[in-house]
Design a protein around this ligand. Structure first.
Ligand SMILES: Nc1ncnc2c1ncn2[C@@H]1O[C@H](COP(=O)(O)OP(=O)(O)O)[C@@H](O)[C@H]1O
Ligand SMILES: [Mg+2]
Length: 310
């Protein structure tokens, strides 16, 4: 396993923000209606305390998936991963988007890496462990990607077992982790099908905007097809409402509609829209470290507890 030190991880341009100024009260509070109900007016469910683990693995693989861009897939992958480590879980994040935003969001300059997940998928001689990098979060590793991965989609088409390339790549390391989170690209192409074929569950981040509901039917259709043809164990682990603004009626209406449509599948954890998340990307840190007491950090911890309980 190669290790990048914190000093290596940022470019020479200093983009630093004033560290952790005003950790808490400068943002809309956690989603909470006056009578204490959860999202969409539903009573909050009891989420059990995560059990302590005395051994690790084999990992549950979750694909973080939505073919729409900008809905919070990458943000949720980083922050759910970091929150899971706070509960003693070992986590591998897989950057499965050629944009490499997950790698960059963890402060890793993916464009300079010589080997990424692309090499594992395409070259027999490159093993998964040759490419895994430790992140600055203890017990959270990364399988990075960069723009090279965009070629894999084309190159895999002519391969035997092309839908299972990611599954083959994960097999040698799956016993070491409790969760593998795969950050999918915004499309339903072959890379995403690979993620779904390797996954036990799908986590769907859904932006609290009216038009975001439209695309979900197509996504669920794809999930059903993969389940039927490639991966019978695949389930939808949950739908995560993101970019929620408790001050707008629109957000609350969309939230109610999402709960009406998807019921119990919708997580109680709701991620508010806050500038704190773009800040963490610049900082190259999860929000659980950048602003540990913020509503955003708390919401991702709640999500982690729900994910462990499901
Ligand atoms: N809850 C949020 N509130 C405000 N901005 C957010 C939130 N979650 C993500 N963002 C920002 O929105 C942009 C898109 O988020 P990202 O996680 O990259 O989405 P995706 O991976 O689905 O394309 C990023 O700039 C990110 O920092
Ligand atoms: Mg992304």
């Amino acid at each position: 396993m190669s290790t990048l030190q914190p000093g290596d991880r940022t470019s020479s341009v200093d983009l630093s923000l004033s560290p952790r100024a005003g950790d808490d009260n400068d943002e809309p509070s956690d989603y909470e209606s006056p009578n204490g109900t959860g999202p969409g007016g539903r009573p909050r469910r009891h989420i059990p305390e995560p059990p302590l683990l005395n051994q690790h693995g084999p990992a549950k693989v979750l694909a973080i998936c939505n073919q729409k861009g900008g809905v919070g897939k990458t943000t949720s992958t980083i922050n759910l991963g970091a929150a899971l480590t706070e509960f003693g879980r070992r986590v591998l994040l897989v950057d499965f988007d050629p944009q490499g935003a997950l790698s960059v969001g963890l402060g890793i300059p993916a464009h300079t890496l010589e080997q990424t997940i692309y090499n594992v998928l395409i070259e027999q001689s490159v093993g998964t462990d040759d490419v895994i990098i430790r992140t600055s979060v203890e017990n959270m590793d990364l399988l990075p990607s960069n723009i090279d991965l965009s070629a894999a989609e084309v190159q895999l088409v002519s391969e035997v077992g092309r839908e299972h390339a990611l599954m083959r790549a994960l097999r040698p390391v799956i016993d070491r982790y409790d969760y593998v989170l795969v950050d999918c690209q915004p499309s339903l192409g072959l890379l995403t099908v690979n993620a779904l074929a390797a996954a036990d569950g799908v986590l769907i981040p859904l932006e609290c905007e009216f038009f975001s509901l439209r695309g979900v039917a197509l996504l669920i259709d794809t999930i059903d097809k993969v389940k039927e043809r490639l991966n019978p164990k695949l389930e939808i682990t949950g739908i995560l409402a993101t970019m929620f603004d408790p001050r707008t009626l629109h957000s609350r209406e969309v939230m109610a509609r999402v709960v009406e449509a998807f019921g119990e599948t919708v997580f109680d954890a709701v991620i508010n829209r806050t500038v704190r998340f773009p800040e963490t990307t610049v900082a190259g840190e999860p929000i659980t470290r950048w602003a540990p007491r913020s509503a955003g950090a708390k919401a991702y911890r709640t999500l982690a507890r729900e994910v462990i309980a499901r």
